[in-house]
Write a protein that binds this ligand. Sequence first.
Ligand code: GTP
Ligand code: MG
Length: 194
Amino acid sequence: FFLSPAEFVKSATNLSMIPENTMIPEVAFVGRSNIGKSSLINGLVNRNGLVKTSSKPGHTRMMNFFKLGDKLSLVDMPGYGWKSRDEWGGMIISYLQNRKNLRRIYILMDPSHGLKESDAQIMKLLDSSGLSYQVVLTKMDRLSKTKYSAAKAEIEAELVKGSICCFPLVLGVSSKTKDGLDELRAAIVKASQL
Ligand code: GTP
Ligand code: MG
């Protein structure tokens, strides 16, 4: 099944531009630049080109809001690690901490890079704010099954150590082959009903 039809709502460069707090359940996608956030949203809604993607890191510079009727709102974020931490921090952290209809934050990681310091920092922040997040491993197609499993196990071991608000299931996806997208869609629908 698909999360569709999806439509673009708005881009925001500062908090005042964010669509007003609606009752529509919202999920947001964060992660380092070039990790595959924008590609994943295209894959989830099955519409290539809805969100612009690029092989160059730092492509998405604004928060972009998309919606599926009045059922679900999806938010694409600029990558951290591109903008300076303060710049990324100001608006986005405030959005994450204050958005009442935000049901879950998806933190995307590349299994061939592992869990980075910037990921640990954002998880710490979400834990301290009591915000529910789930880890999604992207670009699965780039690793053999064996290497992917080993990388996933390593990341899971890191998560077990310190995370509090982390949903215990780590999902894997490939926007290229569409592997794992159905599982993620199901998780999003479930999270949006919480
Ligand atoms: P920023 O907007 O810069 O933060 O990046 P992003 O996280 O939105 O990444 P984006 O979706 O633009 O993808 C970055 C690059 O990774 C592009 O060249 C994509 O084609 C590639 N990519 C994304 N998903 C996959 C995937 O599942 N498999 C493979 N092989 N490449 C992917
Ligand atoms: Mg992007």
